[in-house]
Design a binder for this molecule. Structure first.
Ligand code: DGT
Ligand code: CA
Ligand code: CA
Length: 581
């Protein structure tokens, strides 16, 4: 039995480490890719696998996960590890996988460094490079020594951050545990988590309790706590087995609003609010708002803002990026909400790399209150993801017609996620695209093009007669792949000129459009489509994070394409493309 609950992120970490170690052993590339894929799929999954399996449930069908990987999921869910990982760990020194994450080092070099210099950790690598031992190795030279030195420095300095959806798995489980402790009132997650940042450095948990000392001990007794960094009368910092740090603060109910405001941050926002207070002769801290010795506000966040003459500012805006000025001027946006979404325009099924049928996906969307969804499989160029050719797409179109005739309460739109080729043309002929309700275009290749060429490529795609929406506009994968280089303002202006739209892909590892680009799109009058990129029925849950990102980008209901009812959406999609300037 594992000593603590196993989350999907733990399973993903085991698979990721297996892939790393297999890579150093130079195993079969397909096998390595299978583990990387499994790690990614499991990490993004919203269903708690270990809990389901422990309850006697079955493993859902997951793309690319067959019997062997399925058995490993069972093994990790039940034990926290698996025999293969333990075997690999015995064969290779601990920590060596970490070397793979140093920029400029691949598996072959890692293996040689280990065998020839006994380098096993980034720290040892740093010393070897600094002492000039690296350049003595054949094929390593002075230049690569310098490069590695810089790479290790960057690697060691890199703050470990957690994707929001991953942090949520730990945060919510801990919050549930805390809520069950007698004497505990509210449990609220503050900090960057509440502001819906794409990644969080640590979790900040705010708790109200009448007698802090009586509940303090229970906090640190949480079975998933690996280490207690500090513990006082009203505060504690712990590290969970997953490695994430949690800062806990207990406050009295009367201070709740001031404390929540303080610990939600951002720091820059807090400083700006405090400055407003100072101008009014007020002192603001985590306990309340004071005029001299008299406490004038602090039981609610609203009261803190009111004390400095501001309306309530939603957490997602609290970055000191103009929200204070907007609040003073009475021009704060009324941010879009999850419930405003009427449909989803980026959904995969089993026909490409998803793992449910059209009917199941439609029913799952309907169950979430959506009234339309577009099926958007990959196009043929994306062979890895089983992209569709024109014949397969034609069959799907017929299937959707049949399904729409019998489904009630949800409308299935015909779509595609077509590859934008390097020259800006699309991967399917116009005659095929013309039959579809919605065409989503995506860059899936040639990420390394120059800024100029990459931008031109996308501008040219907007000139194609049938493209509606640009999918995941920067192509970045959080903490994994940098965005490709484009001039987003030119892209947004072109979209405006041609009557096109930008996607905000809500997949937890994408969250692409970025928040700053959302604001740019809004300012330029381009509608943003918040899409789940669902590959399974559970993935509609992604929309929650997409909406968080949209809110960070100041978007209102009117700025969001799929907040439109079906008829209005269809008018926007049918509008003939404008000739561009
Ligand atoms: P993170 O954890 O790096 O993702 O970002 P945050 O924003 O959660 O930062 P964290 O955990 O260091 O602190 C949580 C909040 O506490 C922060 O957003 C604002 C507040 N805070 C922390 N230190 C200070 C400070 O020195 N001054 C003020 N005004 N607020 C602070
Ligand atoms: Ca934090
Ligand atoms: Ca913190």
């Amino acid at each position: 039995m594992p000593e603590h609950a196993v989350h999907n992120a733990d399973i993903a970490r085991v698979f990721g480490e297996i892939a790393d170690l297999l890579e150093i052993e130079q195993a079969n590339p397909f096998r390595i890719r299978a583990y990387r894929n499994a790690a990614r799929i499991v990490e993004g999954l919203q269903l708690d696998l270990a809990a389901r399996l422990a309850g006697g449930g079955e493993l859902p069908k997951l793309p690319g996960i067959g019997a062997d990987l399925g058995a490993k999921i069972h093994e990790v869910a039940a034990s926290g590890t698996c025999a293969l990982l333990e075997k690999l760990r015995r064969e290779l020194p601990a920590g060596i996988a970490d070397l793979l994450h140093v920029p400029g080092l691949g598996p072959k070099r890692v293996q040689r460094l280990y065998q020839e210099l006994d380098v096993q950790t980034p720290e040892q690598l740093y010393r070897a490079a600094r002492d000039g031992r690296l350049r003595a190795l054949a094929g390593f030279g002075e230049k690569s020594e310098l490069k590695i030195l810089r790479g290790v420095e960057a690697h060691l300095k890199r703050p470990g951050r957690y994707k929001l959806a991953v942090a949520a798995q730990y945060a919510e489980a801990y919050a549930d545990y805390l809520r069950r402790i007698p004497g505990v009132g509210r449990v609220e997650l503050a900090g960057s988590f509440r502001r819906m940042r794409e990644t969080v450095g640590d979790l900040d948990m705010l708790i109200t309790a009448a007698a802090a000392d009586q509940v303090m001990q229970r906090f640190t007794a949480y079975p998933e706590v690996r280490q207690v960094l500090s513990r006082g009368d009203t505060r504690a910092s712990v590290v969970l087995h997953a490695g994430i740090q949690v800062d806990l603060r207990v406050v009295a109910e009367a201070c709740y609003g001031a404390a929540l405001h303080y610990f939600t941050g951002s720091k820059a926002h807090n400083i700006a609010v405090r400055r407003l207070g100072q101008a009014r002769g007020l002192k603001i801290n985590e306990y309340g708002v004071y005029r001299g010795a008299a406490r004038v506000a602090g039981d609610t966040e609203e009261s803190v803002y009111a004390a400095v003459g501001l309306p309530y500012i939603p957490p997602e805006l609290r970055e000191d990026q103009g929200e204070i000025e907007a609040a003073r001027a009475g021009t704060l946006p009324r941010l879009v909400e999850l419930g405003d979404l009427r449909g989803d325009l980026h959904v995969h099924t089993r026909a490409s790399d998803g793992h449910a049928g059209i009917r199941e996906m439609a029913q799952a969307a309907a169950a979430r209150g959506l009234s339309y969804l577009a099926i958007t499989e990959h196009s043929r160029r994306l062979r890895l993801a089983h992209g569709l050719d024109p014949q397969a797409l034609a069959r799907q179109i017929d299937e959707i017609d049949r399904l729409n005739a019998e489904l009630a309460g949800i409308r299935v739109l015909k779509g595609v996620e077509v590859d934008i080729l390097a020259d800006g043309t699309l991967d399917l002929p116009d005659s095929v695209l013309a039959r579809l309700d919605v065409v989503v275009g995506a860059v899936h290749s040639d990420f390394q093009l120059s800024r100029e060429r990459q931008t031109e490529r996308i501008l040219k795609a907007f000139d194609q007669p049938h493209l509606h929406i640009l999918a995941h506009p920067t192509g970045r994968l959080i903490e994994r792949r940098e965005p490709y280089d484009v001039d987003m303002l030119r892209i947004i202006r072109k979209a405006r000129a041609c009557g096109r739209f930008l996607e905000l892909n809500a997949h937890p590892e994408r969250l692409d459009l970025l928040d700053t680009h959302c604001r740019m799109a809004k300012d330029e009058g381009v509608l943003v489509c918040v899409s789940s990129d669902a590959h399974s029925e559970l993935d509609f849950e992604h929309l929650r994070y997409g909406i968080g990102q949209a809110r960070r980008g100041w978007l209102e209901k009117a700025d969001v394409l799929n907040a439109r009812p079906l008829a209005a959406l269809q008018r926007l999609l049918r509008r003939p493309p404008r000739t561009q300037p």
